[in-house]
Design a protein around this ligand. Structure first.
Ligand SMILES: *[C@@H]1O[C@H](CO)[C@@H](O)[C@H](O)[C@H]1NC(C)=O
Ligand SMILES: *[C@@H]1O[C@H](CO)[C@@H](O)[C@H](O)[C@H]1NC(C)=O
Ligand SMILES: *[C@@H]1O[C@H](CO)[C@@H](O)[C@H](O)[C@H]1NC(C)=O
Ligand SMILES: *[C@@H]1O[C@H](CO)[C@@H](O)[C@H](O)[C@H]1NC(C)=O
Ligand SMILES: *[C@@H]1O[C@H](CO)[C@@H](O)[C@H](O)[C@H]1NC(C)=O
Ligand SMILES: *[C@@H]1O[C@H](CO)[C@@H](O)[C@H](O)[C@H]1NC(C)=O
Length: 424
């Protein structure tokens, strides 16, 4: 008896611990009818968003309904459609039948994206005659043609999963021209979002090509706004070599689609496009309520706004330039690690050769061997800046070192001028 009680106690304790944060992937996995729905929650990263919410209801679609919805649409559209199936309130079978006055509107995850004008992000739940409960978009004129079919799983007042008969479709969601992420003009978006300096830097260094190559599989960019580059304490970027500027810019992006809900769910440090064998170049994420902060080990920066979130591309603005410890040391000192090597250029601390593949054997005081920052084949496409010939890379690097004013110019003038200057 004692053993049984102990067992029961341990089981209950385990349940108490494991239900503190829910895991929708786990919750749905014993139900093969929703395997496709579950898979799309993962692919769209909606699962991360769901897992970080306290009080939530998932309107699940069975495999035939889900495949019909998914068949005709890209992932970015499927994500919008499914975000409307996540209610930010708790409804189980009982509560559905006790809605006061028989009808209510519920906020959904779609409403939180900022892309849902008017009532588009709300769902109308109405107790229909004959004991049926109808669901539909709250946008005027929408039909309540999806109905509650059954309860799937409940953790009272925390998370409820119920099945509905067919997808809830808000007007325009499925028909809107979804910008394909590969058609998005990243630099134009950045300029519009107040990140002109960052945009011109990624063009002038060629890092835009690295971003575009990563985009096939997933890309998240943290773009500092123009004020960030003028902030007091901001290190003098003209003191960096060209290769270091490239690493700095690659540090501002991830090779994954990581929307805000996924960032919030992130516990471990995340690797960036600058991560390589020689340096970690990673970021820690901390969340307080709706505020997400990135910590580099040198400084921290608030994620200010979402510029675009269209699977597999996400662009955020951040309040300050992310300074990796690999380039700026543990302390917020503007000077990178000093080098003991003899110096011939006017920028003593940075007289290191650029660690491009052409220089793979040259020891660098900043990036320790063996792997140079851009030699990882997956992360450094052949057509990226790393692939430039030794001479052209050196020319640019030399330009930076010999003419410290150049980068400042580069930062403020238009892209075409930059290219002209660099090519001259
Ligand atoms: C529901 O969530 C609250 C926190 O909001 C938690 O204290 C409680 O234990 C959870 N209930 C269950 C049954 O997991
Ligand atoms: C949720 O569960 C899935 C499958 O069981 C697992 O792969 C995933 O890592 C879990 N997520 C979290 C945030 O624990
Ligand atoms: C929900 O839709 C029905 C039918 O269109 C409508 O009569 C009802 O007023 C709506 N509920 C709310 C809360 O707007
Ligand atoms: C899925 O749900 C719809 C609507 O409730 C139903 O007609 C269909 O038979 C279900 N399909 C499967 C495979 O359960
Ligand atoms: C992207 O926009 C920039 C302006 O920000 C423009 O100079 C460039 O030509 C555009 N690229 C494409 C491929 O349209
Ligand atoms: C690089 O420049 C040197 C002279 O500065 C020249 O001898 C060499 O052939 C050039 N290499 C390439 C690959 O252009």
């Amino acid at each position: 008896m004692g053993a049984v009680h102990l067992c029961l106690f341990l089981t209950l304790s385990l349940i108490a611990i494991s239900t503190k944060a829910h895991n929708i992937t786990d919750i749905l996995s014993p139900f093969p009818d929703y395997s496709l729905f579950n898979s799309y929650l993962t692919q769209t990263r909606l699962a991360d968003d769901i897992n970080t919410r306290q009080t939530i209801t998932i309107l699940a679609l069975n495999n035939s309904e889900m495949s019909a919805l998914a068949a005709k649409h890209p992932l970015s559209v499927i994500k919008k459609a499914l975000a409307l199936h996540v209610l930010l309130d708790y409804y189980d079978g009982q509560k559905l039948h006790q809605i006061s006055k028989g009808t209510t509107l519920s906020t959904t995850l779609f409403q939180t994206t900022g892309n849902a004008p008017g009532n588009l992000g709300l769902v109308n739940i109405t107790d229909l005659k004959g004991g049926k409960v109808g669901f539909g978009s709250a946008a005027p004129g929408s039909a309540l043609d999806s109905t509650y079919t059954k309860s799937v799983k409940q953790v009272p007042y925390n998370i409820s999963v119920i099945e509905i008969s067919k997808p809830i479709v808000a007007p325009g969601i499925l028909t809107a021209d979804a910008p394909s992420a590969s058609d998005v003009n990243i630099t134009a978006l950045l300029e519009k979002a107040g990140c002109k300096t960052f945009a011109s830097l990624i063009i002038s260094t060629g890092v835009i090509k690295v971003y575009q190559t990563a985009l096939d599989k997933g890309l998240t960019v943290f773009a500092p706004n123009d004020e960030a580059f003028k902030a007091p304490g901001m290190p003098d970027l003209t003191k960096l070599t060209n290769a270091e500027v490239i690493s700095l810019l690659q540090y501002h992006a991830l090779a994954t689609y990581t929307p805000i809900g996924t960032l919030k769910a992130t516990k471990d440090p995340i690797t960036t496009l600058a991560t390589n064998g020689a340096g970690k170049f990673d970021l820690s994420v901390s969340t307080a309520g709706d505020s997400v902060t990135l910590d580099t080990g040198v400084d921290s920066s608030r994620v200010a706004a979402t510029v675009i979130d269209t699977t597999p591309l996400c662009i955020f603005t951040v309040d300050s330039v992310l300074l990796p410890t690999e380039l700026f040391g543990e302390s917020p000192s503007p000077a990178p690690a000093p080098t003991p090597e003899p110096v011939t250029s006017p920028a003593p601390a940075l007289a290191t050769t650029s660690p491009s593949p052409a220089h793979a054997n040259a020891p660098s005081p900043v990036f320790s061997p063996p792997a140079p920052p851009m030699s990882t084949p997956e992360r450094a496409p052949a057509e990226g800046p790393a692939a430039e010939s030794e001479n052209s890379t050196s020319d640019i690097a030399a330009g930076d070192v010999k003419a410290p004013a150049l980068l400042k110019t580069v930062v403020t003038v238009s892209a075409s001028v930059i290219v002209a200057v660099l090519l001259s």
